[in-house]
Design a binder for this molecule. Structure first.
Ligand code: GTP
Ligand code: MG
Length: 308
């Protein structure tokens, strides 16, 4: 250990911003959670699960790596989608390092090429992460990497599995070595700049996405209304779930209220894990017609970029 300490003292402090970008569903949020070993960002098999820029902070002895998870970029139309894409692309302006994530199994798709065009122009170090290699046969990986080498502005190609944790040490060490020399930006003991209200609302939205993947489109918004410590070790959380139609409200509530009960019980476990306390979770469902097409509501709910 003495050797390490000696090295640590000799190194100047590094701090910077790392943008995680890619098509929907490539595993950006799964990777962020893995890197931080905490559930900062929610994940699901549904494309465009992430709706906001989410900050996850990795603190080391001589570095602070600030990861910015973003909504998946795709070019399909829709007001909500176009806002999500704006959030993702505007994040590139903050980045010292861009981690562009592709799905190894799917390979390079049209939207990947759109993203490659965008990041080529950004003044940052570019790393291409080939994720989900656990789904690939060994002999499939090398040809895939070779086919990507033509993107010469990419400085590193790292095959990973966010799910299994494969190659993450190498990824983190490449990232840290390439951070700018700068003092820390956030306090050393925080892992996200997002308030608990946001995290808990996201946990609830994740359960809805996972349980009702097929039935519900992108019409769910969750807002935590209150977090209160009732007595020592017991926290009361109340949250409102907004959907666009009465029928969707019915789906969320389920037969005899069974679905909302299941959503609540799964989300409660996540909140309990995060807080280390017992949690009482109170959920209500409301209909807010066509909110995903309403510019004002999208802004109010936080689904717009800084530029808006
Ligand atoms: N097999 C495998 N699945 C993975 C891996 N990483 C992520 N996944 C799965 O891929 C799906 C999408 O993961 P997310 O982390 O939500 O993807 P994302 O890129 O954040 O998606 P959006 O927020 O929708 O853009 C989930 O079902 C994950 O469990 C991996 O390394 N291997
Ligand atoms: Mg995500």
């Amino acid at each position: 250990m003495a050797e390490n300490n000696f090295e640590g003292e000799g190194r100047e402090f590094r701090c910077g911003f790392i943008a995680l970008v890619g098509r929907p569903n490539t595993g950006k949020s799964t990777l962020l959670n893995r890197i931080l070993d905490t559930k900062i960002a929610i994940t699901s098999a549904k494309p465009q699960t992430t709706r906001n820029r989410i900050t996850g902070i990795l603190n080391g002895e001589d570095y602070q790596a600030i990861f910015l998870d973003t909504p998946g970029i795709n070019v399909k139309k829709g007001l909500m989608r176009s806002h999500l894409v704006k959030i993702a692309l505007s994040t590139l302006n903050y980045a010292d390092i861009v981690l562009f994530i592709i799905d190894a199994k799917a390979g390079i798709k049209k939207d990947d090429i759109v993203i490659l065009d965008k990041i080529e122009k950004v003044d940052a170090m570019k790393i291409l992460l080939i994720n989900k290699i656990d789904l690939l046969k060994k002999e499939e990986l090398l040809p895939l990497i070779d086919s990507l080498k033509k993107y010469e502005f990419i400085e590193e190609f790292i095959p990973i599995s966010a799910k299994r944790g494969t190659n993450l040490k190498r990824l983190i060490s490449v990232v840290v070595d390439n951070l700018p020399i700068a003092p820390r930006y956030f306090e050393a003991d925080i892992i996200t700049d997002r308030p608990e209200e946001f995290l808990f609302a996201e946990y609830i939205r994740e359960k809805i996405y996972r349980l009702l993947q097929e039935e519900l489109p992108y019409c769910v918004h969750v807002e935590v209304e209150e977090i209160k410590e009732r007595k020592e070790g017991l926290i009361y959380v109340s949250a409102n779930i907004f959907v666009e139609k009465e029928s969707q409200k019915g789906i969320i509530i389920g037969k005899k209220g069974e679905m909302i009960k299941e959503i609540g019980s799964r989300a409660r476990k996540d909140i309990e894990y995060f807080t280390g306390c017992k949690v009482y979770l109170d959920l209500r469902v409301y209909v807010k017609k066509k909110w995903t097409e309403n510019e004002k509501l999208l802004h109010k709910y936080g689904y717009t970029s800084d530029e808006n």
